[in-house]
Design a binder for this molecule. Structure first.
Ligand SMILES: *[C@@H]1O[C@H](CO)[C@@H](O)[C@H](O)[C@H]1NC(C)=O
Length: 254
C-alpha cells in the first residue's frame, strides 16, 4: 500500500474515533414533542439571574446555550441544570435546513399565564422551551416566533468541578450548586461542617439549597445527589474561613 494512502486511512479512522468519542449517549432513548420560542436579544442579557438561582451565565460557564422551561418541564426548579438536545422539526418553512440540533442547559422558568390561556405556551401541560435568541436562531428563522421541536435529555458536559456559591447569613446559609456535569440537575444536597454531623439541606428555589445550622468558621463538605441517583462526596470544599458571597469549586464533577 502506498504510504500516502496509509496516512489517509489513519486520518480517516482518527476522525471517526474522535467523532464517536465526542458524541454523547442520550439519557432519554426517545425524542419527545414540544415547541420552542425565544426570549431576550442576541446579547442574552435577559436570560441572566433567572428562576434557577444562577447569576451571570457567562461567568458560570453556561453562556448563551440556555433555555427556560415551561411548568410541565421545570419540576419546581429541580430540573434546573439539566441539558436538552433540541431539534426543529416538521416545519420546512421555518426550520433551518442542515442544522441537526442544539444542546442547552435549563437555567430559567417560563411562567404560565392563566389570564390568557390562548397562545400561552408555558401553561401546563404543554412542554415548552423558551430559548435564548442565539439558540433559537440556530435552529429556526427568527421571524417564525415559534416552532415545533423534538427534545431529549443528554448528559451535560461542563469544564472544571462542581461549584458552590454561598449566600445568606449565619442563621440562613443558602448554597447555589452549579456547573454540574452529566445529569446536571440536583435532587438532594447534604452539608457538613468540620465540627458537625451531616444535615440535609432544604430545597429553597431553583438550584439553591438552605440550612439554618450555623456553620461559620468550619470547613464545609457536601454530599450531592443528581436525579440519576448518582451521589458524590465533596470533602472540605471550603476553608474554615469561608465567606458569604464567595464561590468554592471542588476538584470533582459527576
Ligand atoms: C477541615 O476540618 C477538619 C476537622 O477540623 C480537618 O481535619 C481538615 O484537615 C480540614 N480540611 C481543610 C481542607 O481545611
Amino acid at each position: 500500500m502506498p504510504k500516502s494512502y496509509c496516512l489517509l486511512l489513519l486520518a480517516f479512522f482518527t476522525v471517526l474515533f474522535l467523532h464517536e468519542a465526542m458524541a454523547r449517549n442520550p439519557i432519554d432513548s426517545e425524542w419527545h414533542d414540544a415547541h420552542a420560542t425565544f426570549y431576550g436579544d442576541m446579547s442574552g442579557g435577559e436570560t441572566m439571574q433567572g428562576a434557577c438561582g444562577y447569576g451571570n451565565l457567562f461567568q458560570q460557564g453556561y453562556g448563551l446555550e440556555t433555555t427556560a422551561l415551561s411548568m410541565a418541564l421545570f419540576n419546581d426548579g429541580y430540573r434546573c441544570g439539566a441539558c436538552f438536545e433540541i431539534k426543529c422539526v416538521n416545519d420546512p418553512q421555518w426550520c433551518i435546513k442542515d442544522v441537526n440540533s442544539i444542546i442547552v442547559t435549563a437555567t430559567n422558568f417560563c411562567p404560565p399565564n392563566y389570564d390568557k390561556p390562548d397562545g400561552n405556551w408555558c401553561n401546563p401541560p404543554q412542554k415548552h422551551f423558551d430559548l435564548s435568541m442565539k439558540m433559537f436562531t440556530t435552529i429556526a428563522v427568527y421571524r417564525a416566533g415559534i416552532v415545533p421541536v423534538q427534545y431529549r435529555r443528554v448528559p451535560c458536559v461542563k469544564s472544571g468541578g462542581v461549584r458552590f456559591e454561598l449566600k445568606g447569613n449565619p442563621y440562613f446559609l443558602m448554597v447555589l450548586v452549579y456547573n454540574v456535569a452529566n445529569a446536571g440537575d440536583v435532587l438532594r444536597v447534604s452539608i457538613k461542617g468540620s465540627n458537625t454531623d451531616w444535615t440535609p439541606m432544604i430545597h429553597n428555589w431553583g438550584q439553591v439549597w438552605h440550612t439554618g445550622v450555623n456553620l461559620v468558621g468550619q470547613n464545609l463538605s457536601f454530599w450531592v445527589t443528581t436525579t440519576d441517583r448518582k451521589a458524590l462526596l465533596f470533602t472540605s470544599v471550603t476553608p474554615s474561613n469561608w465567606q458569604f458571597g464567595q464561590t468554592y469549586e471542588s476538584p470533582a464533577n459527576f
